[in-house]
Design a protein around this ligand. Structure first.
Ligand code: SF4
Length: 317
């Protein structure tokens, strides 16, 4: 009888992953681009959470930030414009064992990918979705995006964007079954790290808007927020994003916000007291569509054929 003799195989020795285990190609973003800071924070999250690189995947669409998978030494899928979320949902449907991160930009997610954004939040599959919001289309050399500030100049609006921008947090909070909605900034590494770590630990779809600097096309847009942290409202709560007191002290403007309170989250998302950062909303008990798609994953081929025949017999005339 022929067969694979496996009794000599050894289990691989568990090992400690270092930052170097997650570092891929040298990033080609512009000097000073906020994407560099996010890459560093994400690699740190992977190390702190000891995510096996061969069990971790980054899925992106198209845009400057969507080059992200090339810079991680994990699995990655650099896909089509606006289509990162359906690809990630497909991976999650068949691979409950993987750690899946989605990288998408404001042009990618909030314009061509809007329908996928809405349905992915509704499905609430276990994914970390990072919205790199640089307020423009950078890769294609500066067009107005849905989040460009009113009046900001671009190649498509040389006299300035005509409309008020979309607010991605407000929109996400309005979607049925939203379960984790947060906002952070690329220039505060401890807050960025703590937010992404909390997003990874959440079971369900974690949506994180990262306000991201684009010094090449939107130079100075976030200077007021950077130089005057009182223009940011730090949301605090024992169930929110946890920071050391030394970091919290930077923020003069703070408000305790219970992330289980959806009405309060929606009110804060309108940013009445400055740009709110932290955790707006978390619901650990939201229904997850990946729990349905995982049913029967371990079913053998014969069992599948038998089940299919039983189903088809229902349609006999
Ligand atoms: Fe970053 Fe802007 Fe340069 Fe793109 S164009 S890499 S977003 S600084």
């Amino acid at each position: 009888m022929y067969g694979l003799k496996t009794d000599w195989l050894e289990e691989p020795t568990p090992r400690y992953y270092t930052l170097g285990d997650y570092e891929g190609e040298t990033a080609r973003w512009c000097t000073g681009c906020g994407d560099h800071a996010v890459l560093t924070a994400v690699q740190r999250v992977c190390k702190e959470e000891q995510l096996p690189p061969d069990k971790t995947v980054f899925v992106s669409g198209i845009g400057c930030s969507s080059r992200f998978p090339h810079y991680m030494k994990t699995y990655g899928f650099h896909g089509l414009h606006g289509r990162a979320l359906p690809v990630a949902c497909g991976i999650r449907s068949r691979r409950p064992d993987l750690h899946i991160f989605v990288v998408t930009g404001d042009g990618d997610c909030c314009s061509i990918g809007t329908a996928h954004w809405i349905h992915a939040v509704h499905y609430n599959m276990n994914l970390v979705v990072m919205l790199f919001d640089n307020n423009c289309y950078g890769l294609t050399k500066n067009q107005t995006s849905p989040t460009s500030p009113k009046g900001s100049k671009s190649n498509t609006h040389p006299r300035g964007a005509a409309l008020d921008p979309l607010n991605p947090v407000q929109i996400t909070l309005a979607i049925t079954n939203a379960s984790f909605v947060a906002r952070t900034v690329d220039w505060n590494p401890p807050h960025l790290f703590a937010t992404l770590q909390a997003a990874h630990r959440h079971k369900g779809l974690s949506f994180v808007q990262i306000i991201q600097r684009c010094p090449h096309y939107k130079a100075g847009v976030h200077d007021p927020l950077q130089s005057d942290p009182s223009q940011l409202l730090l949301m605090t709560h024992p169930d929110g994003i946890q920071l050391d007191d030394s970091i919290k002290g930077i923020f003069k403007n703070q408000r305790e916000h219970d992330p289980s309170d959806m009405d309060a989250a929606r009110a804060l998302a309108r940013d009445p007291e400055g740009v709110s950062i932290g955790l707006f909303y978390r619901n650990e008990s939201g229904e997850r569509y990946d729990e349905y798609t995982a049913l029967g994953i371990a079913t053998s081929r014969d069992e599948k054929i038998a089940a299919l025949k039983a189903e088809l017999s229902l349609y006999q005339i």
